[in-house]
Structures are given as structure tokens and as C-alpha cells.
Ligand binder design. Sequence first.
Ligand code: 4AZ
Length: 806
Amino acid sequence: MDYMSSGMRYIPSDKEWDNDVQFLPAADSNKLEKKRRPGKFGAVIAVVVLAVVIALVIGVLVWHFHFRKDMRVKRMYSGSMRITNRAFDDVYENSTSPEFKALAKQVISQLKTIYSKSPQLSKYYRDSTIQAFSEGSVIAYYLSEFSVPVGQEAAVDNAMSSVETLVKKQRALQNSGDGLTLDDVVTSALDDRMSSPSFRKHTKANLIGHIQSPGFPNKPYPRNTLIKWQLRADPGHVLKLDFGTFDLESSCKSDFVKIYDSLVPIESLLMVELCGKHLPNNRLGFLSSGNVMLVTMATHNSSFPGFRAAVQLHFSQFPKLLPSQNDVRLVPAGKGVKLTFTKFLLAEPGNENMDCNKDYVMVNGKKLCGDKLDKSQQTETSNTNSMTVVFSSDKSRVDRGFSAEYEAIDVQNPCPQKFQCRNSNCIKSELRCDGWNDCGDMSDEQECTCRADSISCKNGLCKPMFWKCDGIDDCGDNTDELNCGCKSAEVTCKNGKCVSEKMRCDGSDDCGDGSDEVNCARDLTYKCKNNKCISKVNPECDGVKDCEDNSDEENCDCGKRAGKASRIVGGQDAEVGEFPWQISLHVKKHSHVCGASLISPDWLVTAAHCVQDEASLKLSQAGAWEIYLGLHRQNQLGSPAEKRNLKQIIPHPNYNSFTFDNDIALMQLDSPVSYTDYIRPICLPSPQHDFPVGEGVTITGWGATREGGSAATVLQKASVRIINQTVCNNLMGGQLTSRMFCAGVLSGGVDACQGDSGGPLTSPSGSRAFLAGVVSWGDGCARRNKPGIYTRVTKFRAWIKEKTGV
Ligand code: 4AZ
């Protein structure tokens, strides 16, 4: 090889130098040597340089040990304290009123006295400013500034955390008189930027105020900003903040909104930190404990649509100040009490081990805490008309609390006209033995006498008849999949009966359950290439020539696995090569982000929301992505998987990032792939292709294996069913469009999740697989009555053809 032209560097060996280069003998060797030895002048320069270096080192040392210890940093603390011997007056809201100024002066002077009791604090204390007063008796919010020597910050933080003790000591010494009596002091170190001024809003009864991020809704919010909104309600009220839109950068490290149960940012009074995107169906609402609330927003290098929130006031149900309150509600004698928690958010560091020694709710002596109650904890019953519910919260942190409904029950009959589950839940009687786990503990599905329209499983369970012989083990003991073989000229009814193929769609109910007469509608005609229509459901690629021109059987190299077909069971590892059309989309220098489906040697279908620009990630650009085909494990990216770059991305022009309508995009590979056992395309359905409600379909992906959890390493598959559009639209608060459909398991537990987006919802049809849907969105993951939402591919068949030719 020619090294020079190959661009490699030429590094000769010593031997080669010996061969090729000759050193000339020196004409005057003395002259040559002399040049190398320093003269007197050189010695002088060396001494000077040495002296300069020594002087510099000494200088740095002196600076370090003498002056640096005096280098100080500004340290700010925010705090609040209750002044128990003053009553709140509206004039305290106006920081220019003489009353505000007078009380502020007293608080500042008292703070100075308090800090003077601590040697750590008195040395470095500079000044305090009063930010606001609020009701209860009077709460003062202040910022205190310290000037702290470098290295002493932790000691001052420590001293500030014991200010409450200093206040107690001071109170014990205090003579009765005009001084302020202080209590409930809380402080926290403050990011210096947080001391900037705030927007102030006072909400009045019957008025709905709004706060929103700058530029909303016309422009994304600006970068590197910090904004604060101090919200107040009239005394005796609390504030309710309801977010309509909320769309920030997904990482809270970068951009966030924090809501405090206070007027200044005190970390122990932080109610919630929010970031990312919250869909409108998953409304975010927060209630303050008193008549004040602080909302802060910080942004860094990104720019997203932002948020808008409504601010309203509510009457406070609990007067503040009383250390303990008894709220007695009467339930008639002879009755029992049932309490059902509807919300439960009592998270607190230190409470994780569930011994509930911090904040808790105690029902009849049983303590509950945390932010997740399991089904058996959500209802508590008492056989007498007395139930004691104690709510206890220590001072260390706030959270949103709980809400519960109670009702008087007949102890003999606690669930009138309903079924009583083992875990005390009451469910509608018609839900008993219907095949779904409605109680949560399966007690509604045990000891069943199955109805005529149900399958009686050997293990005692009942399952809907239309699940019989559908290829999925619904009973758990496979009894619903036995005796399914009808002869080749017969069709299998949903009730398992076999009737002659000729009886299908002949206008009479030969199955007895009508299933031989469904999907016979004339509007489900298939249009052949020659524009002639045939009325057969899903004739494409079924192996039968239905169109005169055979166009229903053209382009059918799709939807087949190489190996033998494997059965689909919910939520488990896929087999290698089982879903050869599944693609993993990686953002360069990151890992898996979304799924996609292969539809030809060089075209993929994914979700439009996967290819929206995000902060510094330009996901709409082909160059941002790396495409993995034939992949099974995310930690084995090499052969038989193939990697490709992208030539182009085509998001649907009508994609709506607020509603997720038209959530579909196309990607073209920079070079086509050859089909292998692990890489094959899925079939695209014709616009008329029917995916009937109740049909078992499969979702696949490397997404999170539980809501908020981490991504899977091995490709996962789960079987779900297509859900009726009207039923689902009601469950999803009317947010479905005709370009979406739902699939899932309504009792929860099986679903797509974050990271599965863009991937396929695969529907079997004969021996082939069709791309019925693209994973799009959902209300969390695998929640009960919250199925996954998928882009309806049939609606986009013509668009795909137009853009890709496939
Ligand atoms: C997501 O964030 C996502 N449960 C995808 C699907 C679902 C929820 C979230 C459906 O990519």
C-alpha cells in the first residue's frame, strides 16, 4: 500500500534513518559545543527568572493564608415565622403602608436579636428584608442576608437550621409587653436568583385569575429566566391552582415550575416540582393550606410552549392555628361507616419504610402514609357508627394530603344492590363474573356460575364468549382455547360452534350468537386497482384472488415471520425474530427513544411526536437519528441487527402537538435493508381494513415496564384488545379523534408506555400481521379504565402511498 496517498502518517524506523540519512562531520567541533553552553548573560537571566518564580509562589501563599480567609460570599436564606400575638389586618398586604413598615421594622429587629444569640450567625449577619405578611395570626416572610467566609457556608447553614431553638429560648426569656411572640420558624438556604422581585396577585371571590409563562400561547417561553408569582386570597380562604396546558422540558434539572405553600421559596414548604408535558386529561390541580401560594418557574437552555393556570379561591374548611381540631360527623346509630380514599398524597422522606412516623392518616388505629395505597387500603369499614380518622402532619414537609368519602352503611348489608368484594369494595352486581377483575382482588371472579354468554373455564372463572378460540389463553388454564378446530370449509363462531362457510353473511343467525353475520356490511368494500369494488372483509393478502386484476394479492411480501408463529401472551419477552418489523430509534449519542415499524426495504412508520424538536435535540432532522433493525436486546446492537442512518423524515403535516391528532411520521433509510429472519416488513392495511372491537392484538417495544419506570432491555410483547370507540372516548374525557383508537385491558396492568411510542400495534389476519396502529399516547400507563391510544393507520394509507410509494 502507498502510505502517503493512503493518508497514513509515515513513521520511519531508526534503521531506515541509518540507511538514508548521513550526518556531516562538524568543521569546528569546539564552536559547535560552545553555542550550546550558557554564557554569563544566560546565568543572569536564569537567576532573575528563578527569583520571579519564588516571589510569585510566596505571593500566592500569602494571599491564600492571609487574605483568602477573608474572602466572603453572599448567602441568602428565606424564612417564615408566625407572630402569635398580632392579628392580621388587610393593610399588612400593602408593603408601602405605615402599618406594614412598622411591623416589618419590629420583625427585622427581632431577627437581629435572634441571630445575635448564635456566634456563627452574629458574625456574618448583614440584614433582613420582609417580603410579605399573611394571615394566621400574622405570618411574616423574610429574606436574611449573610456574608460568609469561603468554607464556612455549611456551618452557617447548620446554625440557621437551629434558629427555631433560638426563638424558643428567646420566647422563654421574653417579658410580656410589646415584643413580638414568635413561633413556627422555618428557613432554608436560597438560590440568590430567587431573591428577585415577584409578580403579586390577589384573587377575590367569584373571580378566576390566570398566570402563564412568558409568551404563552403565542411563543415558547424564553431561556435562562426565573419568574415568581406570589398569590394571595382573602383571609379565611385557600387558593386553588389549576393548570390547563403544561408543556415544559422533560427534565426538571433544566426547566421546572415549583409550587410552595408559602410566599417565599422555603424548601420544606415545597408542594410540588413539575416539568415535562402533562396532557389536558391529566389535570394538575393544587390547593394551598392557607391563603398564600408561591409559584416559581426556572428555565435554562430550552424553550417549550410553557403553561397557563387558573387561580381561584375557596373557603378554607379548616381554621388555621388550632394545634388539633376535632371535626365530628354523625352517622346514625345502628349503622356502620365506610371510608373510601379518593386521593392520597402523604409522601415524606423518611416515611418510605411505611412505619408512618412522620405524616400519616390513622383510621381506627391503623396508620396509612406515602403516596400509593394498594386496593385493600383504599377502603376502610367499621361495624359500628363510629370511625376515628386522625390526620397528623409534622413540621418537616408539606404534601398535598388526602381526600376521602364516607358513607353510612348497613352492617348486615354493606353493599346494598351491589356485590361486596373481599377487600370491602362494592361493585355493580353486573360486574360479577364478567371476566374482568373489577374488585382488584379477583373476588368478583371467583365461585362463579357462568352466564350463558360466557365461557366456563375449568378453574371456575368466566370469560366473555367472544374470547373463545381467539388464540389467547384468557382462562389461564387454556380451557377457552380447547375444541376450537372447525373443518376447513367451516367458520368458527364466537361461541365456539362451527358452521358452514356458505352460511356466513347469508342473513340468518346460524351460529346462534350472530357472529356469522357480523362484518358483512356492504360499506366494507375493497377497491381493486382497476377501481372495481368487492364486498369482502379484509381481502388483501389473504391468499385468495378476489380482484379480477389480482391487485388484492399484490405487494404481499409482508407480515410474516421467518420461523414458526409463536403464541401471544401478555407482558413478556418477545422471541428472537417474532416481530421482525419492530425498529428501535436511537437518538445519536443517546439510547433508544422510540419504536417504529418497517414497511418496505427503506421506509418506516413511526409517531410524529417522536420527531418533534426538543431543546438542543433537533429530532425533526434526519441526522439526529440512528436506526436499528432486527434488534432484540438493547445491549446487543451488533449482528444480526443492522444499523442505518436516515435520508429523510416526513411528519404528518396535520400533526397537532396539543391533541396528538394525526400522530404519524415516515422515515426513509439512507440505504435499503435486505430482508432476513430478523428483518421483515409488516403489512399495511387498506383504508377499509376492519379491525373489530374485542379483537386480540399485540403491542411491542422496549419502553418502560411500568409507569415512571425504566426501559426494557429485551423487546417486550403484550396482548391487548381493541376497545369500542365511544366507550373509550368517554373514558378519555372526549379527547379521541377519528384518527385515534384505543386498545388495552380495561382492568389495568397491560399497556404501552413511555419509549414504546411510534412502535407497532400488530393485528393478525390469517397468517399475516397488519399494522393496525402506532403507539401514540395515554393517561399514564396500564391504569384501570385508561387504555392506550393508537394512531389509526387505515386513515393514513393513501398518505403513506403518496409519500413512499409503498
Ligand atoms: C409515551 O410517553 C407513552 N399508555 C406511550 C404510550 C402510553 C403512554 C405514554 C400509553 O411514550
